[in-house]
Design a protein around this ligand. Structure first.
Ligand code: NI
Length: 141
C-alpha cells in the first residue's frame, strides 16, 4: 500500500457547504480503481476514481450504481440487463445508472476519470472475488 496524504476518515463537514474540485481530487489519488469519497448526501456517497484497463464482472445485489464520466471514454459491459446483454460507451459529460443485480464490467482503453454515486458501504467489487481491486470503504480524499 502506498502512503499518501489521503485522509482515511470522513471530515466533519462531509464535503458539504464547500466547493469540491473533482479533477483536483482525482489528481491526488495514487493508482487506478481506487475510489475515494469526496462528499455525502443523506446516505449516498460521491466518489472520484480514475480507471484504466478491465475491471472484473460483478453485481451489487442491494443497490443501483451511477457512473458519471468526467474525462476519457468508459465502456460498461452488461450481462442479464433488462435491455439484454451488451456494452454502453460513456464519454465526458455522460452518465449511466447500473441497476441493482445486473452484472457489469467497466473497462477503459485509456485512462478515464469519473464520479461514482452510490449508497455508503457499497463494496466496489460487489459479489465478485475479493482481491487487490477490492478497496476499503469510506476512504476520503
Ligand atoms: Ni459496480
Amino acid at each position: 500500500m502506498s502512503h499518501s496524504s489521503n485522509s482515511p476518515t470522513a471530515p466533519a463537514s462531509r464535503g458539504q457547504c464547500q466547493s469540491i474540485d473533482l479533477t483536483g481530487k482525482i489528481a491526488q489519488i495514487d493508482g487506478h480503481w481506487q475510489p475515494r469519497v469526496v462528499a455525502e448526501m443523506n446516505d449516498y456517497q460521491f466518489k472520484v476514481v480514475k480507471v484504466e484497463g478491465d475491471f472484473q464482472w460483478h453485481r451489487h445485489a442491494d443497490t443501483d450504481e451511477t457512473f458519471v464520466v468526467l474525462e476519457g471514454e468508459l465502456q460498461i459491459d452488461f450481462r442479464g440487463a433488462p435491455s439484454g446483454d451488451g456494452t454502453i460507451v460513456l464519454r465526458a459529460g455522460q452518465m449511466a445508472v447500473v441497476p441493482k443485480g445486473v452484472e457489469h464490467k467497466p473497462r477503459a482503453n485509456v485512462e478515464v476519470k469519473m464520479l461514482l454515486i452510490e449508497p455508503r458501504g457499497v463494496v466496489n467489487t460487489g459479489d465478485g472475488p475479493t482481491d487487490e481491486r477490492t478497496v476499503q470503504n469510506d476512504q476520503w480524499i
